[in-house]
Design a binder for this molecule. Sequence first.
Ligand code: CMP
Length: 140
Amino acid sequence: MRMERTLSIIKPDAVGRGLIGEVIRRLEENNLKIVALKMVCMTKAQAQGFYAVHKERPFFDSLTDFMSSGPAVVMVLEGENVIARYRELMGATNYREAAEGTIRREFATDIEKNVVHGSDAAATAAFEIAYFFNSFEIVG
Ligand code: CMP
């Protein structure tokens, strides 16, 4: 078992629909420990930097418009295998393919407006956490 950290984002669609509490409840219910949390309002440029890995994708412009359209909640989660455990809780990127009971299956309305984001690997998590948090903002 590996102790890991991952970045979680409650996206602007979910914040706008009043789903912050619902997502956090599911994290806590599944023993995913929150070690940092804040609300951010990304500029277009900040969203482009965060999703730079997708810059050649056809959905990049729309995605970065969406992610800079309103407030989002960014969190750091910590625990054993937390990257995979959180991805399982979120469900597949495309909510139509997400397993029953997952956050995206229950709440997403669109492949883009899919409620939550989670890092997909340790290297991505390190980049994504450092994008939003300095070490003093992460407890424990
Ligand atoms: P996320 O896990 O944040 O990673 C990249 C995001 O791009 C993804 O969730 C979706 O919000 C969005 N995305 C991925 N694939 C598509 C797609 N085919 N069309 C539109 N948006 C997408």
